[in-house]
Design a protein around this ligand. Structure first.
Ligand code: PLP
Length: 446
């Protein structure tokens, strides 16, 4: 049997091969163009084929592509760490580089555990997370993830479970509305800490805007401010998983800025190198770094490819492009425009229950008939895959997400085009989305 790319056996014949990309467009080997409306998995934030990044990577490859992080440091990794310290708020000054979001989550958890050990509080070992969250695919990161579908198959190997509800106003777990709800979903953290015992809790982890598991759920004003207070009052580290939201995606360098909240650890991945080469970063505060330095003086983690010069050079070039082209401000502005257009679609299509998100991380949740209720479509309608397939046929790529609570996955897609999308391109994207919804509506009414 000939060798095969491992993913092939599970795919049907409709799986296309991409030959090249340019800006917001991808082209398959038959010449068909697609608008990359989700930047892949919310990753290619500066679009495809960026010359500055390609040149920086080529130049670095001509110097050195790999050095082992326990033997040497290297110039692009040092420069990248400096750049991230300058971008990050307050004293988030220290980067530890790994290769994926999942590895970064694992590393952040290990750093949190080590921090408490160095402080002589080694009983603080428990990490609290939320339902409807996604923190990665490795066993540790999946343990923290409240993405029920991705957990189920492996649940017997997972180490702990999420404990608190997401800030999901569209389907509030308490059937309340903000602000009269009193942010009960944030208060749940205190309950979870009380149940566990604060002497056992090391950290709380959350995605600022819930991506893969929630279709861009953005919490109400005051939510993260209250979460941070609870963390401070109980001596718990707050880990912001900005793998999807960071590096400008939501119209701020770090999404947590929307809630004027500074975590103790912030994690970047995906958009950090915009898909040009794998890299992720765990950024920790002065306090965490100093505590570890005073103690064992060694972060007990790392991978062979950690801080490799090739990926660091790619990420550095990406951040320079973002800065030079003012892409964070642009994402904020063009995100408002795209959101307005999605709201118009919501007026027109009763299958749209909610549109939400921040900057260029936007989501659409589908329901059977929004004029009657927020009841989801029956599961066997497979609405998310129907919409993403129809959109792809029409030349628009969307990211399949999920929504819904109590373990029943609902239907949602993410719209997260490259941050440098233009107004003309937004119009084109929305026009294809409109055609997609029309087609879906026709298919669902026959
Ligand atoms: N954290 C968040 C918020 C994510 O969205 C993802 C991936 O979607 C991860 C972690 C895992 O990142 P990776 O797929 O790079 O391991």
């Amino acid at each position: 049997m000939p060798g095969s790319y491992l993913i092939k056996p599970v795919l049907d014949g409709s799986y296309k091969e991409i030959s090249h990309g340019n800006g917001i467009y991808l082209y398959d080997s038959e010449g068909k163009a697609y608008i990359d409306g989700s930047s892949g998995a919310v990753t290619c934030s500066i679009g495809h084929g960026c010359k500055e990044v390609i040149e920086a990577m080529n130049e670095q490859a001509g110097k050195i592509s790999f050095v082992y992080r326990s033997q040497f440091t290297n110039q692009p990794a040092e420069e990248l760490a400096d750049k991230l310290a300058a971008m990050a708020p307050e004293d988030l000054n220290w980067s530890f580089f790994v290769n994926s979001g999942s590895e970064a989550v694992e590393t952040a958890v290990k750093i949190a555990l080590q921090y408490w050990q160095e402080k002589g509080q080694g009983r603080k070992t428990h990490i609290i997370s939320r339902w409807m969250s996604y923190h990665g695919i490795t066993i540790g990161a999946l343990s923290l993830s409240g993405h029920t579908e991705r957990r189920r198959r492996f649940f017997s190997h997972l180490e702990s479970s999420p404990a608190v509800s997401p800030p999901y106003c569209y389907r509030c777990p308490y059937q309340l509305s903000h602000p009269s709800c009193g942010l009960k979903c944030a208060e749940e953290l205190q309950t979870a800490v009380d149940r566990t015992g604060k002497e056992h809790v090391a950290a709380f982890i959350a995605e600022p805007v819930i991506g893969a598991a929630g279709g861009a759920i953005s919490p109400p004003e005051g939510y993260y401010q209250r979460i941070k207070e609870i963390c401070n009052e109980n001596a718990i580290l707050f880990i912001a998983d900005e793998v999807m939201t960071g590096a400008g995606r939501t119209g701020k360098a770090f999404a947590m800025e929307h809630w004027q909240t500074v975590p103790d650890i912030s994690i970047l991945g995906k958009g950090l190198s915009a898909g040009y080469s794998p890299i992720a970063s765990v950024i920790v505060s002065d306090d965490i770094l100093c505590t570890i330095k005073k103690g064992s003086n060694l972060i007990m983690s790392g991978h062979t490819y950690s801080a490799n010069p090739q990926s660091a050079a790619a990420a550095l070039a990406v951040l320079k492009v973002i800065e030079k082209e003012n892409l964070i401000q642009h994402a904020e502005k063009i995100g408002i425009l795209l959101m307005k257009k999605l709201q118009n679609l919501k007026e027109e299509f009763s299958m749209i229950g909610d549109v939400r998100g921040k900057g260029l991380l936007l989501g659409i949740e589908f329901v059977a008939n929004s004029e009657i209720s927020a009841k989801p479509f029956p599961k066997d309608y497979n609405i998310t895959s129907l919409i993403t397939r129809l959109a792809q046929d029409l030349g628009l790529l969307l990211y399949p997400s999920s929504a819904g609570i109590d373990g029943r996955e609902g239907d949602a897609v993410l719209l997260a085009p490259p941050l440098n999308i233009t107004e003309v391109e937004v119009n084109k994207l929305v026009s294809i989305l409109h055609q997609t919804l029309k087609k879906a509506e026709e298919m669902l009414t026959v």
